[in-house]
Design a protein around this ligand. Structure first.
Ligand SMILES: [Zn+2]
Ligand SMILES: [Zn+2]
Length: 240
């Protein structure tokens, strides 16, 4: 299995990431991808992008450096009621792909029940496409309860390569989440969560983990141009 697009990356708009939009697109091209999703952190994070960054995303050309650019956001889950970043009146109008993720500085780790409650609320949020890095060991939740409901609400689940490396203890969670996605036939997206141009498209660990559990390629929306296109076309977004 391989990926043809990386739908979770950050540019230097987030202070803890280091490459420009152009450099990230070049990184995607070097990695042999056809598309890159730029998903900077929402404004609730201390060094997240301002809401105006998102309101203006539609000036980004569809094609840069020979790859298709998808305009996105990584929203911060901010409360057990599933509240995410305040994006302002037009903050989301140009967003084509939204992950929603737990981050310590926006949501200090609480109890398994509180995390489950928040994720259930996120399932109801029509602005969210995907649960971002749900394998994070600091935020345990009732995996079966949440994953088994994703299809009902049209949510996909991210398998985040970064979690395997920088979020200690997350590997087994990621594998268990993938097993549940296989069981309930929930589509996933395999992403790098790259914060610099040199790691765009780097998902080797995540793909190896999926292969270990014989995860069906048909459920990985970014494993072929056809599947990627079908996912976005189904949401009224024409990438190519
Ligand atoms: Zn994140
Ligand atoms: Zn991220």
């Amino acid at each position: 299995m391989k990926i043809v697009a990386d739908l979770h990356t950050h540019t230097s708009v987030s202070d803890h990431a280091y490459s420009s939009l152009r450099e990230m697109a070049q990184g995607a091209r070097r990695a042999g991808l056809v598309a890159i999703g730029i998903t900077n952190h929402g404004p609730a994070m201390e060094d997240g992008a301002h809401q105006w960054h998102f309101a203006n995303l539609d000036i980004i050309p569809r094609q840069m450096e020979g790859v298709t650019v998808i305009r996105g956001v990584e929203l911060n889950i901010c409360a057990p009621d599933g509240h995410v970043d305040e994006m302002g009146g037009r903050g989301m109008h140009a967003v084509e792909f939204a992950l929603a993720s737990f981050h310590d500085d926006c949501y200090p780790p609480a109890t398994r029940a509180k995390h489950t409650e928040a994720l259930e609320a996120v399932l109801h949020n029509p602005q969210v496409n995907a649960l971002g890095h749900p394998g994070n060991n600091k935020f345990p939740f009732d995996m079966e309860y949440i994953i088994s409901r994703c299809n009902e609400y049209g949510k996909i689940v991210e398998i985040n390569n970064n979690s395997l490396h920088i979020r200690p203890g997350s590997r087994e969670n990621c594998a268990e989440i993938a097993r549940l996605c296989k069981k309930y036939e929930v589509p996933v997206v395999v992403n790098s969560d790259s914060h610099i141009e040199f790691t765009v498209g780097r998902v080797d660990g995540a793909l190896a983990m999926l292969e270990e559990i014989d995860f069906p390629e048909e459920l990985v929306i970014n494993s072929s141009v056809e599947r990627l296109n079908a996912y976005f076309t189904g949401r009224g977004i024409h990438l190519f």
